[in-house]
Structures are given as structure tokens and as C-alpha cells.
Write a protein that binds this ligand. Structure first.
Ligand code: ZN
Length: 291
């Protein structure tokens, strides 16, 4: 995506508002309070983006209920921030975004967190061949066999490591979420919420996956012997972890456990939309609450 093209297509605040109106209402404006279509643009001497509802007598703007609601930041900066974030393979720090768009760092941080919130995944199940794995993000690399003794993500300790559970459909989408602990119970809970039980699940021999065979077909790769055994491997999910680790190492040195979910959401969203030819238009539908 070309960031200049986005800036050229929406050169003014008005053109940005009109675009939000188009994306959100698709030619059929409705009142966000009573859902009536008896609405009309407010008449004033100059251009206005306020609307009147003739049913419940509210006034509203298209930004209501979108990530652009209740902000005084020019919409062109919002659109540019979206384009920059979508374009960045390794994410963007709020400091960088502040410099790029002439914003204060807290404002850039607030915007990027709102944008990431709109990137949160839907609830659709992963199907077919699904690889599952966990990862520990941040801090020093850890030996693989050491994870039983791990106590990641403990606040107030020196550990800055965060445990994340993940699953990916081969050729499809990924789901990932930070977890307070890596336990059999939490692994099962995460997988049951995200994976169709008619799938085939592939994991390594970590004991946390011992109980998944109760509800799903399960194949395992013994990483002490080989990393690939025909179709039995976890290379896809490990590729995703590499992506997330690069983003956090490169940009978010000061990330906290509380916000880690947002960075995972961003990496997940980018992975899941990697084949789209229209990333800006796709994201705008989410930003306006359509998709
Ligand atoms: Zn109304």
C-alpha cells in the first residue's frame, strides 16, 4: 500500500468524513441511537457533518461508534496512522508515529491502541490441519525443555516474559492470546474456543497437550528427533512466532503485559490479512464497525 496515495485520496477533513459516511452507511444513513432511517444532514450555512434524526430528535455524526469517535485529532492524521501501521511489517512504536505525523507521543500511543483494538480477531473456528504451540515473548531466549518450570508474566517480578498460546490453520488464519500460565487446562480452553473439533491438531510432545486427544484428532512431532515428519510439523505457527518476536524486539521495548494483547492482535491481524489487495479499505470497514 502506498501511504501517499491514501493522503492524496483524502486530502481534507471533509473528504475523510465523507469516506467514513460511505463506508459506515453504504448510502443508507441511519440514526445510531434509534436505528431510524428518517435522518437528514443538518442544514447550516457551511458544510456540516452533523445529522438530525427526525424520529428520536438526536443529532449525530458518522464517527459515532467508530474508532474516530470523540477525538479532535484531524482525520487525515488518523488515516495516515492507519496506513503506516498497516504497512509496517514489524509494527511501529508510538515514538516513531509521533515523529511521522507531528503528534505528541501520548496521542500517537492512544491512536495506535485504538487502531489495534479494531484489529481484534473474530470468533470463527480454525479448521483442517491446525498447528498449536506456545511461545514466551520478551526477555532472554529460553531453553525449550525448561518451560515446565516457567512462571512468565508475573507482574512485579523481574520477569518481563509473557506466555502466549497460539494455533494456526495451514494456509489460513492464526489465533493467539497471552496467558497468565501455560497449563493443560488453559491450553484446552484456548484450543476448544478456537479450533473446530473435526480438525487434526499438530503439536510437539509438550505435556500440556496430553489431554487434547479427548476431543480432537492429534498428531505430534518429537522435536528431540526431527522438526518435520511429512505433514507433521509446527513450522507454520513457529513462523508466526518469529514475526511477533521481531515486532516486539524491534519496536516495543517498553511493552507491558497489560498491552501485550494489543501487539499480538496487530501481528495476528496482519498475518490473517496478508493476502488482501485492499488492506486500507478492509481495515476501514472494521474501523467503522461494518466488518
Ligand atoms: Zn434516532
Amino acid at each position: 500500500m502506498n501511504i501517499l496515495a491514501v493522503a492524496r485520496e483524502f486530502p481534507t477533513q471533509e473528504s475523510c468524513i465523507e469516506h467514513i459516511e460511505r463506508v459506515k452507511w453504504q448510502g443508507k444513513p441511519r440514526c445510531p441511537f434509534c436505528d431510524s432511517d428518517r435522518v437528514a444532514r443538518k442544514v447550516e450555512q457551511h458544510y456540516t457533518h452533523r445529522w438530525n434524526c427526525h424520529n428520536c430528535l438526536s443529532t449525530f455524526r458518522a464517527m459515532h461508534g467508530t474508532i474516530f469517535a470523540r477525538t479532535k485529532i484531524p482525520l487525515q492524521k488518523w488515516f495516515a496512522a492507519i496506513a503506516i501501521l498497516l504497512n509496517a511489517k514489524k509494527s511501529v512504536s508510538s515514538y516513531q508515529l509521533a515523529r511521522d505525523l507531528d503528534l505528541t507521543q501520548p496521542t500517537a500511543w492512544y491512536m495506535s491502541m485504538r487502531i489495534r483494538k479494531a484489529m481484534q480477531e473474530d470468533g470463527a473456528f480454525l479448521r483442517g490441519i491446525v498447528e498449536a504451540d506456545e511461545a514466551y515473548l520478551g526477555g532472554k531466549p529460553r531453553k525449550r525443555n525448561d518451560r515446565d518450570n516457567d512462571t512468565p508474566a508475573k507482574r512485579g517480578t523481574s520477569s518481563k516474559k509473557m506466555a502466549v498460546l497460539g494455533a494456526v490453520e495451514r494456509g489460513g488464519k492464526v489465533k493467539a492470546t497471552p496467558t497468565p500460565r501455560v497449563t493443560t487446562k488453559l491450553i484446552n480452553y484456548f484450543l476448544r474456543r478456537n479450533v473446530d473439533p473435526r480438525s487434526v491438531l499438530i503439536t510437539d510432545y509438550y505435556q500440556g497437550y496430553n489431554e487434547v486427544r479427548d476431543w480432537i484428532r492429534h498428531a505430534r512431532i518429537n522435536h528431540s528427533k526431527a522438526y518435520v515428519d511429512g505433514d507433521i510439523h509446527t513450522n507454520t505457527i513457529e513462523g508466526f512466532w518469529a514475526l511477533v518476536k521481531r515486532a516486539i524486539a524491534g519496536q516495543h521495548h517498553h511493552y507491558t503485559i497489560e498491552h501485550a494483547e494489543m501487539y499480538i492482535d496487530e501481528a495476528t491481524y496482519k498475518y490473517n490479512t496478508r493476502k488482501s489487495d485492499t488492506p486500507f479499505a478492509d481495515f476501514m470497514e472494521r474501523a467503522c464497525g461494518v466488518a
